[in-house]
Design a binder for this molecule. Structure first.
Ligand SMILES: [Ca+2]
Length: 181
């Protein structure tokens, strides 16, 4: 796991879709954001085109976070994060063909924060001969406001791999790492 310091989600018996546990993000006035990531092993970004990007969620705020480098951002690292905010309602969140993706930096001719399909962002990231790669992928929760909030996420599908978050039996220990297994 490559988690933002002190901000990782926790595997709990909270429910997103199944009954064996899920990844839970708890936010509050003092912890405004939580996020958990897994290595994508420098997967070529182009490989994500038209592949399922889905997860199950409870009611609340949860977002895809895809951290890439080598993209056409105008910087030497070509680092940016591709973000997609799921609907607040519970159920299967499907970002595969959504036009509500955005990047934290300008990508080619797509402005920072401008909504687009992931296919369009991939094309912009790889413009000018760039070949962007995915370093990390994960889920964040940042609902805004100051109220305590919670969201449970499970069955995260990325690049053909679905991660089932679950609490292992017996002593109540947590099966870890399970993101991306
Ligand atoms: Ca589960």
């Amino acid at each position: 796991m490559f988690d933002e310091k002190g901000q990782a989600g926790k595997i709990t018996d909270g429910r997103a879709s199944d009954d064996d546990g899920s990844l839970e993000f708890a936010t509050s006035a003092t912890t405004k954001r939580q996020a958990s990531y897994h290595s994508a092993g420098q997967l070529p970004l182009a490989d994500l085109k038209n592949t399922p990007l889905t997860f199950q969620k409870s009611n609340g705020n949860a977002n895809w976070q895809i951290r890439i480098t080598g993209a056409n951002t105008g910087t030497s690292s070509g680092f940016t994060t591709l973000v997609w905010g799921a609907p607040s309602t519970a159920g299967k969140a499907d970002a595969t063909s959504s036009n509500q993706w955005w990047a934290t930096r300008q990508l080619g001719n797509i402005a920072r924060g401008q909504n687009a399909t992931l296919s369009d962002l991939i094309a912009a990231a790889n413009s000018d001969g760039k070949k962007a790669v995915v370093d990390l992928y994960g889920i964040s929760s940042q609902p805004g406001g100051t109220a305590d909030a919670k969201v449970n996420v499970d069955e995260v599908t990325f690049n053909g791999c679905t991660t089932n978050f679950k609490v292992s039996g017996g002593n109540g220990s947590i099966e870890f790492p399970s993101f991306g297994s």
